[in-house]
Design a protein around this ligand. Structure first.
Ligand SMILES: Nc1ncnc2c1ncn2[C@@H]1O[C@H](COP(=O)(O)OP(=O)(O)OP(=O)(O)O)[C@@H](O)[C@H]1O
Ligand code: SF4
Ligand SMILES: [Mg+2]
Length: 347
């Protein structure tokens, strides 16, 4: 039974050693394998990593949305002093939508096909706020307008299938934001949206944060968005955090070879920024048979420099500079040399 708050958790959100594994016919999938971080109110944490690294599973876990028999979940998620992994599911359901909300990567998963878009936003609003139907409807129209739905007075009465993919995504964003959540998790919030609408949505999230001091987790393949919005950055690989720190530190003095690869693939300011990341040679590993030692070792050009430990010992996340953590066996001298001579000149 978890009762005591962790020491470092004056943080609004404190995640401790979160593990989410799934039983499947092929074996145990270690989708999230020991993630820890803190997030303060008013700050934005960017989570980046290749497809399949566990970003969405982490966010769904924080929101308490993996309550199936096949999911094995351990660790702690503290939201404003309340632990959620061991909490009553009804309590977590109440917090969802009221205190925390999520913009899902797949908008269809968030909208019910049998109710109008307006009815769903009104319902989301009224479950958590003591307002009349009329007030909630006015608020729904206002939110649809703010996310850029044209003619919101009419469109509020449409069903989700009458909306285009991009409009459904915007409606889902309206639903997530209608109660001014204190924690917002935005999972690829702007994919499938054109550049103008993308900018509008990011502004809306920024406004929410300014107005209500919300904490935001922004998951995206677009490092340009992260560079613009994130205060802190967490780099995921194979269900683990390999590097974490302020966005400035991670962008300007990255320490982990995987992060070097990611940044190397970052589209430049003078090019389109929306391409998906293909950061390093080779494919991400299976999360059923995660490579031994450092999971990145089969793809890492520097695995041979560590006397065999890259292949055999899982590197711990260590604080390599104040507020900057990296999980890599490279010695400081090797790391600094590679960074200065090989990586930095090419970025
Ligand atoms: N319910 C489930 N049962 C079994 N495996 C799952 C389940 N949900 C996710 N996974 C697996 O967990 C891993 C991590 O998935 P996740 O969706 O978190 O990746 P992601 O980082 O969000 O990727 P993307 O960038 O493509 O959205 C994947 O290998 C996925 O197949
Ligand atoms: S621990 Fe070894 S394999 Fe892993 S990133 Fe560092 S150098 Fe590469
Ligand atoms: Mg995802």
């Amino acid at each position: 039974m978890l009762t005591a708050r962790p020491d470092t958790a004056e943080a609004f959100l404190a995640v401790r050693d979160l593990k989410i594994h799934f039983d499947t016919d092929d074996g145990l999938v270690r989708s999230v394998d020991g993630i820890s971080f803190d997030l303060q109110r008013g700050r934005t944490l960017g989570i980046v990593g290749e497809s399949g690294s566990g970003k969405s599973v982490t966010s769904l876990g924080i929101m308490g949305l993996h309550r199936t028999a096949k999911a094995r979940i351990s660790g702690e998620v503290w939201l404003d002093g309340e632990e959620l992994i061991g909490a009553d599911p009804d309590r977590v359901r109440r917090l969802r939508g009221m205190k925390m909300a999520m913009i899902f990567q797949d908008p269809l998963s968030a909208m019910h096909p049998y109710y109008t878009v307006g009815a769903q936003i009104v319902e989301a609003c009224r479950v958590h706020q003591d307002v009349s139907k009329q007030v909630a409807r006015k608020r729904a129209i206002e939110m649809l307008d703010r996310v850029g739905i044209p003619e919101p007075h009419q469109r509020v009465a449409d069903y989700p299938h009458q909306f285009s993919g991009g409009m459904r995504q915007r409606a889902m964003i309206a639903m997530a934001l209608v109660n001014n959540p204190e924690l917002l998790i935005a999972d690829e919030p702007t994919t499938a949206l054109d550049v103008t609408v993308q900018a509008q949505i990011l502004d809306l999230i920024r406004d929410l944060q300014k107005e209500f001091g919300s904490a935001v987790i922004m998951i995206t393949h677009d490092l340009g968005v992260v560079a613009e919005l994130a205060d802190d950055l967490l780099v995921m690989y194979a269900g683990r955090c390999v590097e974490r720190g302020t966005a400035e530190k991670v962008f300007t003095e990255p320490q982990h070879p995987y992060t070097w690869g990611l940044l190397g693939s970052m589209p430049r300011m003078d090019r389109e920024r929306t391409e998906r990341l293909n950061p390093v040679k080779g494919a991400p590993p299976s999360l059923i048979n995660v490579p031994s030692g450092c999971a990145f070792h089969p793809r890492c050009p520097y695995a041979g420099l560590n006397g065999g430990s890259s292949e055999t010992i899982v590197p711990e996340l260590r604080e390599t500079a104040a507020g900057h953590w990296s999980a890599c066996h490279l010695g400081e001298q090797d790391r600094d040399r590679i960074w200065t001579e090989e990586i930095a000149p090419k970025l």
